[in-house]
Design a protein. Structure first.
Length: 58
C-alpha cells in the first residue's frame, strides 16, 4: 500500500505532533526514545498507539 498525497501529509503532521508531545512529556529519556522510535518506524500505527498508551503530563 503506497501512502501519498493528502493522506501522507496528514500522517506526517500527526507524526511531528506526536514527536513534539513526546519531547515535552515528563517521561524519562529512555521512554521518550522508545516512543519516538516506535512513531518513526510505524508511522500511522505508532501515532495511534502513542495516542492511547503514550506518556501523559503529570
Amino acid at each position: 500500500m503506497e501512502v501519498g498525497g493528502i493522506f501522507g501529509l496528514l500522517i506526517l503532521i500527526a507524526n511531528v505532533w506526536a514527536i513534539l508531545n513526546i519531547f515535552q512529556s515528563s517521561a524519562d529519556t529512555v521512554k521518550k526514545a522508545i516512543w519516538i522510535v516506535l512513531v518513526l518506524l510505524l508511522p500511522l500505527l505508532g501515532v495511534i498507539i502513542w495516542y492511547f498508551a503514550g506518556p501523559r503530563e503529570g
